[in-house]
Design a protein around this ligand. Structure first.
Ligand code: C5P
Length: 305
């Protein structure tokens, strides 16, 4: 029986996010293309004798109580399987918070995957996806990651051909996080569904991802789209400014990820991404140069009792 394991929990970006309907449950129907990226948190999970759940995190603004999504993931499994005791979870954060990069969702996905292994529960991918959808709309995607079409609330997933080597500049205003709930509710209260800013072009995006020819990264970059920009950019001029600054560089395309506050650029290659990152560097911005990843939650190491 395993006593501890360590997992890598990657961030994601949205290459496409279109809101297609207001739902009666307060959520929104979406068409999204989600992409895992090579920027991840590390989770170390240990079984403990008592039935408590402890969370530790190196980031001072991450709550370590029952409001943390990783805690909720552990509690969900503990309530279903009460005979296995508790867990101690240490989260080493690299993914910024309030960033639209699904850091919290990815941590929760790692806790489900990790506890399933530690307690030898034998959950299938389908079981994990069903449990994860109870925790948040992005958590099911985070389990298997890669390049995925997500519809419904974001929990109905269809894998797409893996996007290799998409060079990215990820850019976040250091002190600004955006509430996802606020962004969606503002979109609804402003009636933006009725006033489409662009005709839907998700099918063109899916065709570009599937095309795999030389120009596919260029086409994908041209088709980037996020409906939530329509509420977030007018309300937060600093995010609009980052987008403008990136667009003035040699980028193939620029988009806000999820509900923000991160804005990312697709670059021609990693050297170009490094040049873009250097050109827009400022004290109040966190910037990463990274690339697309085909991985969801991955094992780092494990230890038996
Ligand atoms: O599912 P999750 O808890 O991650 O969503 C956070 C918030 O984002 C929800 O409370 C809801 O306001 C909004 N949301 C939405 N429609 C979706 C996904 C999220 O309105 N499909």
């Amino acid at each position: 029986m395993l006593s501890s394991l360590s997992l890598k929990a990657p961030a994601k970006i949205n290459l496409y996010l279109e809101i297609t309907a207001n739902r009666a449950d307060g959520y929104h129907d979406l068409v999204m293309v989600l992409q895992s990226i090579d920027l991840s948190d590390r989770l170390d999970i240990h079984t403990i004798g008592s039935d408590q759940i402890f969370i530790h995190c190196n980031h001072p603004e991450v709550p370590t109580d029952e409001t943390n999504l990783a805690y909720k993931a552990a509690k969900l499994l503990q309530d279903l399987y009460p005979d296995f005791g508790g867990v101690e979870i240490t989260i080493t954060k690299n993914i910024p918070i309030g960033a639209g990069l699904a850091g919290g969702s990815s941590n929760a996905a790692a806790v489900l995957v990790g506890i399933d292994r530690l307690w030898n529960l034998g959950l299938t991918q389908g079981d994990l996806r069903e449990l994860s959808a109870q925790l948040g709309s992005d958590v099911p995607f985070c389990i298997s990651g890669g390049t995925v079409l997500a519809v419904g609330r974001g929990e109905l997933l269809s894998p797409l051909p893996t996007l290799e080597n998409l060079a990215l500049v990820i850019c976040k205003p250091r002190k600004l996080g955006i509430s996802t709930g606020w962004a969606y509710q503002t979109f609804r209260s402003q009636g933006l569904l009725a006033t489409k800013s662009q005709p839907s072009h998700s099918s063109q995006m899916l065709a570009a991802i599937s095309s795999r020819d030389e120009s596919s990264h260029r086409q994908i970059a041209r088709l980037l789209y996020n409906d939530l920009e329509r509420v977030v950019l007018p309300a937060y001029s600093e995010i609009a400014k980052i987008k403008q600054d990136l667009e003035a560089q040699e980028c193939l395309g620029v988009l806000m990820s999820g509900s923000g506050s991160t804005v990312f650029a697709i670059a021609q290659n990693l050297e170009s991404a490094q040049r873009i990152a250097a050109a827009i560097a400022r004290d109040d911005l966190d910037i990463w140069v990274t690339s697309s990843s085909s991985h969801g939650i991955q094992d780092l190491e494990s230890e038996s009792a």
